[in-house]
Design a protein around this ligand. Sequence first.
Ligand SMILES: [Zn+2]
Length: 469
Amino acid sequence: MALPSLKNRDTKNKTRQTHLENVNQVWFRSSLNASEIKVRKQPAYNILKNPPIAIFLWLIAAIASASPFILYPFLSREKVSATPILTPPARSSSQSFPEVQASMLTMGNGEVLANAILRHMPDLEGVYAAVNTLGNHYNLRRIPVGQEVIITYQTNTDNQSKTLESVTITAPKTYQTTQVFRNPNNEFSIKQFDEYISQTNRTISGSIESSLYLSGLQSGAPANKLIEMFDLFAFSVDFQRDIHPGNRFDLVFEEYSNSNGEVIRAGNILAARLELNSGTFESFRYEYEPGEVDYFDRKGSSVQKALFLMPVQGGRLTSGYSARVNPVYGYSEFHPALDFAAPMGTPIMSAGNGIVIHRGWDPKGYGNYVKVQHSNGLMTLYAHMSSFAASAPVGAKVRQGQTIGYVGSTGMSTGPHVHYEVWVNGQRKNPATVVRTMSSGITLKGEQLEQFKEHVHAVEQYFNQSDSK
Ligand SMILES: [Zn+2]
């Protein structure tokens, strides 16, 4: 009997895997889609390096492949079409268990799904009901030749007539599986989920040679994850000035593979770290309340800041902040703002959520300028614009990152740049100081903070564990 022995082994294995499971569970909690996706927890790579466990896992696989009961998730693409392939668990009424059968059909050239099913299972009513329901959610006209479709059906013990139970089809590119199944009301319901896939957590670590982006790509990080990583640190790191050759980065993210072991896509960034000359910057993904996910630094403060440090993308700091008038040279050093040079016409973003309270023209000073009022007594000012954004007139609600105008050189300006002021309760402050010290407001405390710290402890073990593959 394969099953009981498998059970015993499973129990044994549990104790060995306890720690790993904990790690995984924490991460699963942090995955927004976890409940919708059929995920099989795969042991992380470090457990595979442990010979007894690796041998053990191999044993499990060997037993599984010998047992038709456990084959379901391992359905191979090479299966011969229309052969009964499994006896899946029946729905609630367990008496029917032995009669439920499954077949895998392979669509022929120009074949219609309903006909393909009927060839194997002449339940006319059931097939049309199922295909109708399926057609509402799946483009049946786009089923490619060779597409596999799994059907399950019951055989009536009295007259050998057959009743269709379910039809399952997996889209070739997205790996999304759509299934229609007979519900307890004897009608067909639909559900969609990703194909049997496994999730692993992948770490990419490296040394920054020229740029974080290039070094990340060379180390095998997906481009879209690198861009997300930029966003995570955009509030606290000036990528132009703070990054130097030899600085290090770690990026931990989810990776989904299909049943053939092919990577389908990258999931969420779980953690990221930059080790720079100016310090270590970290960001951890955490679900602090059911359905509420944010990225936090190690202390439990959201890494999202109330304001951007730089209101233009790719800007270059050309003039820093000085709050005082130079007593000797008069006005020359007084510059209560940051100047970022950028090409003419570059969009200028609102540094935070707020309301446009002023749009004006000051020929001797600011030129075209915009003021945005934010919460907590914060106000930002952007000057020397070439033009304003039509979507952000006075009174408009703007969100962080929304374009409010375009880089220019109007007013007292010697070249295209944005002059960026931050006001706190009516006084101009150094934007860099304000941005770095003000979080968006979400700070974990008490019980939440304790749980977050455990989460960080589990996740940070993946730093510096780059698996080059
Ligand atoms: Zn300026």
